[in-house]
Design a protein around this ligand. Structure first.
Ligand code: GAP
Length: 448
């Protein structure tokens, strides 16, 4: 069968339908009507997101000897958020429509004079600040003294531990501390599926450099590395842009900033922010805590505050990007000239939830089922595998829709020639491969 031309760009309706149908992403608490800004990852979504996080961690921590991993608590001392500026300045402007009572983020309104929900003119209240941090209480008393915040970013856990980490890991700038973890923001208007959530995951890399005049080189290198990472995992370059923030768009302390943006079906949206934050974060914690977090340089026997290059990527947004970017609806023509449509997720095999599907041609032939199950369990320790049986056309269709790069079929010939039919997701090409060669064959195709 020939692989055909891709059809029009996917819509969010198609993505959300596929995500639910195949078990990637479900609305949280769906049976109670859902909860705005919260989603659950189903069996395939959980693996996909884990693979995306592992891909980030591998590149930014495991493969680098100048970056160490970290995992801080979600709840931290409230003064962390005072020092970081989140208590006083982490807010969006919101307005309420006095007619329909709906609430909006002021900077998201297309027309500041007309309500997008009920159409009323000049019905908005004055814009006022709304702090985005979610609050809870620690301990048995629900009073202001026990108030705490669910972290709105993972980075602060790294800053307050800077000294613990560099001393225990024996690191010297330039070096980085990386963490992946949950963050919470009480977004006024969550939306666009898992793009704007109230509970989400961030992968943050805080790279500390000496103030030796090479800090902007370090910033550029991180931008290039992140560009390379998206390219390596196959995100289409024409749907990715690296937007350089202007002086007016950056916070006053940031010396440079680049937003990584993806062209979602509704338009460009931020995936990651890369920023040169100077000494702002460590200075702020030193000032409020009165603790010295500067680096002690043994060579010069002097203290200094390193500069910070931050790369902060949303893992839910990256997972959603991988799903959208991989999605293709194709018209194919089989050898008999018949047109068929297929939906295929062209995931990079390293992040595909299932890498190899193993089928038995018939479910009522024990010798085929046994052989197929034995092959699948033999491959399972090395690859993400799945066993299935029945109508091969339907099985291919299902595996294409979940992005499985390779399918193997055990048929009657297998019993004679000790080989299986291997079918590639992208080309739909089929070939016979001996069972003994499968491990090497698959290793070359699904791992790198
Ligand atoms: N420490 C820097 C920081 O948190 P940010 O630009 O506010 O910077 C970084 O967030 C990334 O976190 C964003 O680029 C986005 O991918 C993700 N993110 C932020 N808010 C989010 C939300 N409400 N839902 C999902 N992801 C979000």
């Amino acid at each position: 069968m020939e692989s055909g031309a891709p059809q029009a760009r996917v819509t969010m309706e198609e993505i959300t339908a596929l995500a639910k149908r195949r078990g990637f992403i479900f609305q949280s608490s769906e049976i109670y009507g859902g909860l705005g800004g919260f989603y659950d990852y189903g069996p395939l979504g959980a693996i996909l997101k884990r693979n995306v996080k592992n891909a980030w961690w591998r590149e930014n921590v495991e493969l680098r000897d100048d970056v160490v991993g970290f995992d801080s608590s979600i709840l931290m001392h409230p003064l962390v958020w005072k020092a970081s500026g989140h208590v006083d300045a982490f807010h969006d402007k919101m307005v309420d429509c006095k007619v329909c009572k709906h609430r909006f983020r002021f900077d998201h309104l297309k027309d500041a004079a007309q309500c997008p929900d009920c159409g009323s003119k000049n019905s908005f209240t004055e814009p006022r600040n709304f702090n985005l941090m979610l609050k809870t209480w620690i301990g048995p008393m629900e009073d202001t003294a026990s108030e705490a915040y669910l972290r709105p970013e993972t980075a602060q856990g790294i800053f307050v531990n800077f000294k613990n980490v560099y001393q225990s890991a024996r690191k010297k700038p330039p070096f980085g501390i990386a963490q992946i973890g949950k963050a919470f923001r009480n977004e006024i208007t969550p939306g666009n599926f898992t793009y704007r959530l109230r509970e989400f995951e961030q992968a943050e890399l805080e790279y500390f450099v000496p103030d030796d005049g090479k800090d902007m080189d370090a910033f550029r290198e991180w931008v290039d590395r992140r560009k390379q990472w998206y390219a390596d995992y196959g995100v289409k370059p024409e749907r990715l842009r690296f937007y350089e923030l202007t002086d007016a768009e950056r916070p006053h302390y940031a010396r440079a900033g680049v937003d990584v943006e993806y062209l979602f079906p509704w338009g460009w949206g931020e995936l990651e922010s890369i920023a040169h934050r100077g000494t702002y974060d460590l200075d702020a914690h030193m000032e409020l805590s009165k603790k010295d977090l500067r680096f002690f340089d043994e060579a010069s026997k002097s203290h200094y505050t390193p500069l910070l290059i931050e790369s902060s990527a949303g893992m839910d947004r990256t997972t959603l990007t991988m799903l959208i970017d991989a999605y293709e609806r194709e018209i194919s023509v089989d050898p008999n000239g018949k047109q068929t449509e297929r939906i295929v997720l062209r995931f990079d095999p390293r992040i595909a939830p299932v890498q190899v599907a193993v089928f038995s041609l018939a479910r009522n032939k024990p010798e085929l089922v046994e052989r197929a199950r034995a092959i699948e369990s033999g491959l399972r320790p090395s690859f993400r595998t799945q066993y299935d049986e029945g109508n091969i056309g339907q099985l291919y269709r299902r595996q294409d829709e979940i992005g499985t790069p390779i399918c193997l079929t055990v048929d009657y010939e297998t019993l004679e020639d000790r080989a299986v039919t291997v079918r590639e997701r992208d080309t739909m090409r089929q070939e016979r491969i001996e069972i003994d060669r499968l491990d090497t064959y698959l290793r070359e195709r699904v791992t790198r």
